[in-house]
Design a protein around this ligand. Structure first.
Ligand SMILES: Cc1cc2nc3c(=O)[nH]c(=O)nc-3n(C[C@H](O)[C@H](O)[C@H](O)COP(=O)(O)O)c2cc1C
Length: 226
């Protein structure tokens, strides 16, 4: 059984475009037999990393000294096979979500090695996460505006020696709706997200054409600006 934990960093939580896209993706995963849980960083008390000297590596490896809502989340993160990171682009990330990413440090083994010229770590032996996926939405027209967020999550996966399975990127997210209803184009994006989720569980990967369908322009740049 695939165990999925999805962490959504949108302060708009259930009402946001990120959750709209994430829900479709997770629905596809569930239909393919995965067990899925979603948490919202804005609903949790996740303080910034404060020790500044890698207590979770140097003093008590694997343990975070900050007593807040990350403590009950750590066991859930450890037992998941796939970590889905969902966020809106906020030049680049919402604050709570950045705190969450920083607080993943205790999941990493404090043994560094050089791989292809880069200093890398690994997940600790008791962490089951094998894959990471990014689900992101943004307001601006072009998908390239999401490059910084994509780079951050890819780098996180490589640092942890976890497969980065791909990204569901939805620019000009608001065009998925009109008068608060999903448009036919918006629905086709959500259908593609559902297919991506199902494919990832059934075949272990997502089709690049499906991911391209999620990111495709839904409006011309001129109409977007006007
Ligand atoms: C503080 C803030 C910063 C944002 N920065 C960007 C940005 O740099 N680029 C962009 O394309 N959209 C930006 N947006 C728009 C959001 O990324 C976009 O509306 C997103 O789909 C919101 O997702 P949500 O409804 O799940 O919160 C920003 C929104 C806010 C509130």
């Amino acid at each position: 059984m695939h165990q999925i934990i999805a962490v959504n960093g949108s302060p708009r939580m259930e009402k946001g475009y990120t959750q709209l896209l994430l829900d479709a993706f997770l629905q596809g995963m569930t239909e393919a037999g995965a067990d899925v849980e979603t948490v919202f960083t804005s609903r949790l008390n996740i303080k910034p990393c404060a020790c500044g000297r890698l207590y979770c590596w140097n003093d008590k490896p694997g343990e975070c000294c900050i007593q807040d809502d990350m403590q009950p989340l750590y066991p859930k993160l450890k037992s998941a096979n796939i970590l889905v990171l969902a966020t809106p682009v906020y030049i680049p990330l919402p604050g709570d979500f950045q705190n969450f990413i920083n607080r993943l440090c205790p999941l990493l083994d404090p043994v560094l090695e050089m791989r292809r010229g880069r200093t890398r770590a690994r997940m600790r032996a008791d962490v089951k996460i094998q894959k990471m996926v990014l689900v992101a939405t943004s307001g601006w027209w072009e998908v390239e505006n999401m490059d910084t967020v994509l780079k951050i999550i890819k780098e996180l996966a490589e640092d942890a020696s976890v497969e980065f399975s791909g990204a569901l990127l939805r620019p000009h997210s608001s065009v998925m709706k009109s008068a608060d209803k999903i448009t036919p184009d918006g629905q086709s994006v959500l259908n593609a997200a559902r297919t991506a989720g199902s494919d990832l569980i059934r075949s272990g990967s997502m089709n690049p054409d499906t991911l391209a369908a999620i990111s495709r322009p839904l409006i011309s740049p001129e109409d977007f600006l006007s």
